[in-house]
Design a protein around this ligand. Sequence first.
Ligand code: NOJ
Length: 734
Amino acid sequence: MTDAKIKELISTLSLEEKAGQLLQVSGLLYDDDALVTGTMDYFKITEDEKKIAGSVLSVSGAEKLKKLQDKLMSEQPHHIPNVFMLDIINGYETIYQVPLGQGATFNPELTEKLAEVAAKEGAAAGIHCTFSPMCDLVRDARWGRVMESTGEDPYLNGLMGAAMVRGYQGDDIKAKGRLASCVKHFAGYGGAEAGRDYDTVELSERTLRESYLPAYKEAIDAGAKLVMTSFNTLNQIPSSGNKWLLKDVLRNEMGFDGMVISDYGAVKEMVNHGIAKDDTAAGELAINAGVDMDMMSFCYIRGLLELVAEGKVSEELIDESVYRVLKLKDELGLFENPYKDASEEDEKKLILCDEHRALAKQSAVESFILLENKENVLPLSEESGSIAFIGPFVDSHKVYGSWTFPKDEKTMVTIRQGIEGLNPKNNCTFSQGCQFFTKNVKCKNGERLEYDILKAPAMLEEAINAAKKADTVVMCLGEYHQQTGEAASRTEIRIPKGQMKLLKKINEVNKNIITLIFTGRPLELEEVSELSKAVMVTWYPGVETGNAIADVLFGKQEPGGRVPMSFPYTVGQEPCYYNRFRSGRPNNGTLDQGFVMGYIDQIDKMLYPFGYGKTYTEFSYSPVTLSADKLTGNAPIKASVTLKNVGERPGTETVQLYVQDLYGSVVRPKKQLKGFEKVTLNPGEEKVVTFEITEDMFRFYDINMNFTSEPGDCRVFVGPDSETENCAYFTLEA
Ligand code: NOJ
C-alpha cells in the first residue's frame, strides 16, 4: 500500500477502532494453549474490545492462526488484518543455544543463520513478528534475564543484536520465511539494581550512552521494525512514559521510524510506579511519550477517547501511532496475504529438519566454554577407560532455556542419548545421583518439582558405585532451567546444594572428574573447579544437547566458547564486568594491600574473566607490533601479533583486540573490546593476525558530553581474553 492509501484508511476509522489498532492482547482470549508470558490480573476484555484489537501475542501454529486471522478480520469493522507476535528468542521448535551462550560463540554469522532458521519455522507457524533481539547489557549475574542477553560487552552485543535482526528480517520482511524483529527492552533494563527483576535502574547519562545504548542502536541500524520499552524506571522515569528516551533519543537521535510497543502491562504499571494516578493517566503519559502499541494493559483502549475529548491527547498523535501499526502490517504484506507464510505443509517440512538441527548442534559446540582442563583430561579417548556419567542432567530433557516452549520435550537429545548415539568404545554408565533440588520447588511458571526423599539414598548409592568402578567420571550438573529468565533473579549464583553435595561425595571415591555446567548465568565455580579436573560450561544447548556434548567430550569437535559475561569468585563481587573505570587506588589483584579499591576478603579479580576460554590445544602470542606509533583520524594504523598453535591438536583461537585511552577529560574504562577474529591453526602452524586501529575506537562522551576522541597516549591489546597484558603504545593525534 502507498502511504497515501494507509492514511486514507486511517481517515475512515472511528476513534475506537484507532485505539483498537493500538492494543495488543494475549492469545489466551482465543486459545487455551496460548502461552502465558505475563500476569493476567487485569485480563477482562469486553467482546467489543476483542473485535478491534490490532494485535495478538503468544499463539502459534499455522492452522490455528489462519483460523484466528479469518475470525478477527471478519469481526474487525474494516477487516484490517491482525499482526501475530511471539517471543522466539532462541529457536521456534528447533530450539538452540540460549542467547548468552550465543554470545559465547563470538560468532555473529552463526547467530544470523540461527535467527534465519527461527524465522523460517516461526513464519511457517503463522507468526509475523518476534520479540527479539534483547540487546540489554548485563553486568549482574543475579538478574534472571542475563540468559536472554549476549553478555556484558557493548561491542559484542551490538554485533549479535544486528546479526539477529538481519537473520529474522532479511532484506524484506514480506518475503517468505521472514519475521519482523523487535529490539528490546528500551532502555537499560539490564541495569536493574542488585539484579532484582523489574527494579530501579540508575545510570548516568554518560554510562547509558556509552555502554547501554550502543547495542540497541546497532540492532536498529540493522533495520529492526519494532522497539519494545522496558519495565524499569531509568533515573526515576519509567521507560514507557519517558518522552526524552522515546522521542529525543530513539526517534530523533537514533532515527528509528518503526513501531514502539510497550512491554507486557508496562503502561498500566506506571500507576504502581506512582507517576500516573490511574490507568487513563498512564495511557496519556505513554502515548504522549511515544509508545504506539499498548501490550496487555488496556490503558489506550479504555482511556484514549476520553483523553482526546479532554484535549489531553491529540487525534493527530493517535493517527501517527496507528500509521506505524498499519505500516508494519503493510510491510509484512498482510493486507494482500493476511496469513503471510502460515502453512501446515511448511511446518512439517521445516520444523526440526536436519539442516536446522545441524545448525543447533554447531551453535552448541561453539558456545561450550572449557574453563579448566587439568592434565588434558579432555578430550576423552579409549585411554579414558570406563566412564560414569552422573547427575540430574544425564537423562533430562530440561536442557532448553527459558522463553522456549517445545511442543514435545523429547525433541531434546539427552546426554545419555548423545553418548549412546556416538557409541564410544569405552564402557559407559549413566546415573542421576540426585534430583535437581533437595526439597519441593515451585518454579516460576507454576511447574512443581517434587522432591522424593525416599528415592534419594538409592540414587546416591548407585552413582557412588558407578564412580568407584569407573576410570573417569563426567558430572552433569547445574541450575534447573526455570531458575533463569524473567522473574528468576537469585541472591545466590550457585549450583543447587544437593548437586554440590553429590559432587563432593563422588570426589571422595574418584578424582578423575569432568564437570559439565548447565546454566543461564555466570555461577560461582571455584569449588567445582577444585573438585574437578575439567570444567565446561554448556549453558542450555537445546535440541542437540546430547549430540553436541558427545562430540566435544570425545574430541570430534572442539569447545569454541569464550566467556561473554564475567564469572566472579563470589556473588559479593556482583555487578562485575571487565570494562570498569580506573580507580584512584588501583588494586593489584592480591589481598596484601591496604587502602586500595576493593574488598578485604576477596581479590579484585574474576575467576573466569570476559573473553576467557581454553581449547584442546595451546596457542602462543608474539608481542603486539604497530605499523606506526601515531594515529590520526584519516590514517588508521595496524596492530599485529603472530599467533602460533604450540599444542598437539588443530584448534581455533578467538584473538581479541582491546583498546585503552590512557588519559581523558573523564575517566576511561580499563579496556574495551573493539575487534576479534577466530583463527584455526594446525599444530606448529602460525599466522599473523592484524587489526586495523581507527580513531573512532577511542570516541567517548567527553567532559562536555561531546562524542569525540581526545588526542593523547593510548594502548592497544591483542590477546586471548580481557586480562591480556600483551599491548603496544601509540599516540592519537588530532
Ligand atoms: C514480558 C517480557 O519482558 C518481554 O521480553 C516479552 O517479549 C513480553 N513479555 C511478551 O511475552
